[in-house]
Unconditional design. Sequence first.
Length: 67
Amino acid sequence: MKINRYVEDLKSKSAAELQEELVAAKKELFNLRFQNATNQLDNTSRIKEVRKNIARIQTVITEKAKA
């Protein structure tokens, strides 16, 4: 349910907003990887979640480009 709502929210955004969201997610992923490398990360499952969100954002961007 939560994921479907997130995807619907992404589909309602413009291309520029999706690009901003993508950049923010990639920055977050970088920071999570950095924390993981320095053993400061408590919730390692967050890395997987952010990677999947990046893939979702890129999928919606591709769908909008083809439409």
